[in-house]
Design a protein around this ligand. Structure first.
Ligand code: IMP
Ligand code: MG
Length: 179
């Protein structure tokens, strides 16, 4: 199936599942090199990064605790500009080495705000791994340490990413068809 319909929009196959997994394997080996022998607090941002985290975490060979934080910013195809996460739910990472897992970085607003909240806790180190990034869209300074795929500005769904809560469960990544 190379095209799918979600509500009023058509999406076409963009990154097949096996390529996603291969890229995650590469990120896992890079992280295993960087964090060998260390204790890391993993913070996966939900709901989008769940599929990325589920595929990545079993491949990690260093010691870690996995944490999950609900974050929301998108409405339809556009970033709402407002990030919704409950500061009170944020774990305390004082003096910890934290690895943030994100599905996709667009403007960078989500990560910028989350990082600002985390920095108040004085973590020992903050590292960011994002499965996808849209370099042309970045408007906030976020230091991305590990990126799986750099893509254009087009909206994508699948492998955890949604369009109005639809399409998250797709194994492949699909791109919005503009014509
Ligand atoms: P940012 O805050 O503009 O960087 O947007 C990042 C967040 O918006 C990510 O955590 C995603 O959940 C969502 N997002 C950004 N681009 C897309 C996309 O193309 N498809 C689905 N979700 C996206
Ligand atoms: Mg997200």
């Amino acid at each position: 199936m190379t095209e799918i319909q979600l509500e009023d929009r058509t999406f076409q196959l963009y990154i097949p599942h096996d390529r996603i997994v291969r890229q995650i394997e590469i990120i896992a080996s890079q992280l295993n090199l960087s964090f060998a022998g260390q204790q890391i607090e993993i913070l996966a941002l939900l709901d989008g990064a769940k599929a990325f985290a589920d595929e990545l975490i079993p491949r990690l060979k260093f010691k870690y605790n996995a944490h999950y934080q609900q974050v929301k910013s998108y409405r339809g195809l556009e970033s709402s500009g407002q990030i919704h996460f409950d500061n009170r739910q944020l774990k305390n990472f004082h003096d910890k080495k934290v690895l943030i897992l994100e599905d996709i970085v667009d403007s960078g607003n989500t990560l910028f705000q989350l990082i600002s909240a985390l920095k108040i806790q004085n973590p020992r180190q903050l590292t960011i791994a994002s499965l996808l990034c849209k370099p042309t869209q970045i408007a906030y300074p976020v230091p991305l340490d590990f990126v799986g795929f750099e893509i254009g500005p087009e909206f994508v769904v699948g492998f955890g990413m949604d369009y109005n809560e639809l399409g998250r469960e797709l194994k492949d990544i699909y791109q919005l068809k503009t014509q």
